[in-house]
Design a protein around this ligand. Structure first.
Ligand code: COA
Length: 256
């Protein structure tokens, strides 16, 4: 439990809530470390059957904190964000997420590693990697074309435009969406139902569903990590992120 992330275990559900609303729940390096520890504790706690990650009704997350990206970018595969992505991709117990409002960058890509994801109808998903002069991460280049095919994946990533809950459902990003005022209650009832299922059977099913992809996912996470670390050093990405922090439009005209 910290200022930016709170946890609560109740009825077999470990509620994990992002709570950095003044920065739209942007995830800092310290928050990745906390989340890694929370996932590890969840995996070893027999009382916890389901992890349910949420933000607020207004905002899931604006993705990676831009200041962290500018000042403390990942240096290798053991840096905070790649370690977090590895932790959720390897989690053996079920991961659920409830999202609404902005679901940006790693906030969207992390959902591909979750087992059940539900949204409010005001959710806005964005994969702004190319807008920021970087490249996809989090297994996106493996999972997204599998989910929606090459052309649709290109459309979502190369234009980096927001898409709504209906599109996210059609793409397979989320299971379903509900009205803003009822989605949390609906999701909690689904989490409670899952928590009452035989835990060993749920773990076995998850392991079997992920088995065939595991080697490719390991390789993809590594490869994407190498590329994004290079991309974060380019003048294009520095310009894009500085422009966001300075509240101006980026100017890519001087780059080839
Ligand atoms: N990293 C760091 N700070 C962020 C942030 C991020 N990813 N996203 C938002 N913030 C901060 C803003 O700088 C602002 O801080 P300030 O009040 O000190 O100026 C505050 O959060 C509110 O953001 P703002 O842009 O004013 O809110 P909004 O409601 O108009 O827009 C978003 C919300 C999420 C659409 C918008 O903030 C956004 O596009 N963020 C960047 C998302 C992104 O590209 N993430 C990918 C990172 S790899």
């Amino acid at each position: 439990m910290s200022e930016n992330i709170s946890t609560q275990l109740e009825d077999g559900i470990l509620y994990v809530t992002l709570n950095r609303l003044d920065k739209k729940n942007a995830i800092t390096n310290d928050m990745y470390i906390e989340l890694i520890n929370i996932v590890a504790e969840y995996e070893s706690n027999q009382q916890a059957k389901v992890l349910l990650l949420t933000g607020s009704k207004m905002c899931f997350t604006a993705g990676n904190d831009m200041v962290s990206f500018l000042e403390q970018p990942p240096v290798d595969d053991n840096s905070e964000s790649p370690s977090f992505l590895r932790a959720i991709s390897l989690a053996k117990k079920p991961l659920m997420a409830a999202v609404n409002g902005p679901v940006v960058g790693i906030g969207a890509t992390m959902l591909m590693h979750f087992d059940l994801v539900y949204a409010g109808s005001s959710a806005k998903f964005v994969m702004p990697f190319c807008n920021l002069g970087i490249c996809p991460e989090g297994g996106t280049t493996l999972l997204l074309p599998q989910m929606i095919g090459h052309k649709k994946a290109c459309e979502l990533i190369m234009f980096g435009e927001p898409f709504d809950s209906q599109t996210a459902k059609e793409c397979g990003f989320i299971n379903d969406f509900f009205n803003d005022d009822e989605y949390l209650d609906k999701i909690i009832s689904k989490a409670k139902k899952l928590a009452k299922q035989p835990a060993s059977s749920i773990r076995l099913t998850k392991a079997m569903l992920k088995h065939n992809h595991a080697p490719a996912m390991k390789e993809t996470l590594y490869h994407e990590g190498v590329e994004i670390r290079k991309a974060l050093k380019t003048p294009e990405s520095r310009e894009a992120m500085s422009a966001f922090m300075e509240k101006r439009r980026p100017d890519f005209s001087q780059f080839n």
